[in-house]
Design a protein around this ligand. Structure first.
Ligand code: AMP
Ligand code: MG
Length: 406
């Protein structure tokens, strides 16, 4: 068996960042900037009001209060989206709505709540100071400023900022197209189950994991345990995808063809490689990994929990690396066991499915269900993987590391 860190380091060392491309903002979420962004425009583009109220000259409101309001002549009205047509002179005010440009002459906004209308005048009931409720031009972003560094992973807020400065396409590392193929004679997609059949749960799950990781999922369907068929499916995938996930067929059963196929294809293709490992972890011990040319292929185990955990430990960090992310791994926290988590010593790191929550200043966790590698419901009920090093496990109150899955 090889240690988890060694297997992970090998996988990551083979993964290259994909080429940059210009991508429409609508398609840029979760992608990583391949170059810094310099703003061509100031945000806001002009000084504007943060409040509904009146644009005034602050000096005109000196001494104003609830008891002795100052009377100003209302000379215009400015909704958002309209350019001012006149300036505010001494003794004057302009009715103004949030987002409208501050007219010349005015240097402060009085909130509408501090005023009373009286015919074509307004009674100002509070003193305004220079700059009150005025959002300065360029107050958020100055024209010519570096807004985001290369390497920034785009969240919805980043996309909003890019839109605010008129950037329509982001220069990002391309989104990986990731194929997902299930293998197994027992798998059916829909309809009643015949004796010996089960439903294909890994493929929908892995497609969802791929999408959640920010990649483009490509559904390659399911292949029967047939060496020639699996060969043709994987060959096609390697020609059309940036990465490939298969599930099943990597153990030591008589019909486990995936690893044999990967090994053979790697021999035939220049620049390819293949490993088949027993990783010192539970679940997800068997792991086949190859590169067909530049395309990494993850031969994930068939048991659904193992498939999910193997994706988390190997495929997700690799895909994030291909996307140019510098933080490929899930965060880990120190947690306290809320119930005993016993295990037996066998040289492996256990990754137990747990519920983890924050309470009284610490993370706490407990198993989310049975820990067998076919019990996918416990994975669904988990929001963390507890890392139980080789040994007897932990008792209530003992500390352990937990990888946060959400
Ligand atoms: P294998 O790795 O092919 O030996 O499969 C190990 C176990 O996982 C067997 O019980 C399979 O029936 C099950 N399995 C394999 N592929 C899938 C799948 N796509 N969905 C659900 N279970 C699967
Ligand atoms: Mg199988």
């Amino acid at each position: 068996m090889i240690p988890l860190e060694e297997a992970q380091a090998h996988v990551l060392s083979t993964c290259r960042v994909l080429d940059p491309a210009d991508v429409a903002l609508a398609d840029a979420r979760a992608l990583v900037l391949a170059a810094e962004v310099v703003s061509p425009e100031a945000v806001p583009p002009f000084a504007n009001t943060a409040m509904d109220g009146y644009a005034v000259r602050a000096v005109d409101t000196n001494g104003a209060g609830e008891a002795q309001p100052v009377r100003l002549r209302v000379v215009d009205e400015l909704p958002a989206g309209r350019a001012p047509e006149r300036a505010v002179g001494p003794g004057e005010a302009i009715r103004i709505m949030t987002g409208a440009p501050v007219p010349d002459g005015a240097d402060a906004i009085v909130m509408v709540e501090r005023t009373r209308v009286d015919g074509d005048t307004v009674l100002v009931q509070a003193e305004a100071n220079h700059g009150d409720h005025v959002r300065a031009a360029g107050g958020d972003i100055a024209a010519g400023a570096v807004v985001f560094e290369r390497g920034t992973a785009l969240t919805p807020a980043h996309i909003g900022v890019l839109a605010s400065i008129g950037v329509e396409r982001a220069h990002v590392f391309r989104r990986p197209r990731v194929g997902v193929l299930s293998t197994g004679d027992e798998l059916v997609e829909r309809g009643p189950l015949q004796p010996g059949q089960i439903r294909d749960s890994n493929r929908p799950m892995l497609l969802a994991l791929v999408a959640e990781a920010g990649c483009e999922p490509v559904d390659l369907g399911s292949a029967r345990d047939d060496e020639a068929l699996i060969t043709s499916r994987i060959t096609h995938a390697a020609d059309t995808c940036d990465a490939l996930l298969t599930s099943g067929g990597v153990s030591v059963g008589d019909y486990d063809y995936v690893k044999a196929v990967l090994e053979q294809l790697a021999k035939e293709r220049a620049g390819s490689a293949f490993v088949w490992w027993q990783v010192a972890i539970k679940p997800a011990k068997p792991f086949a990994f190859g590169t067909l040319g530049a395309v990494p292929v993850f031969g994930l185990p068939g048991n659904p929990v193992s498939s999910h955990v193997s994706f988390e430990l190997f495929a997700r960090p690799a895909l994030r690396t291909m996307m140019g992310r510098h933080d490929p791994f899930r965060p880990e926290v120190d947690a306290v066991a809320a119930a005993p988590m016993r295990r037996r010593p066998d040289g492996k790191l256990y990754l137990d499915r747990v519920r983890v929550w924050y309470e009284d200043g610490e993370y706490r966790c407990e198993r989310s269900g049975a820990q067998a590698s076919n019990v996918l419901s416990a994975m669904a009920n988990a929001n963390g993987l507890a890392l139980l090093p080789d040994g007897e496990g932990v008792d209530t109150g003992e500390h352990l590391r937990v990888m946060l899955l959400s």
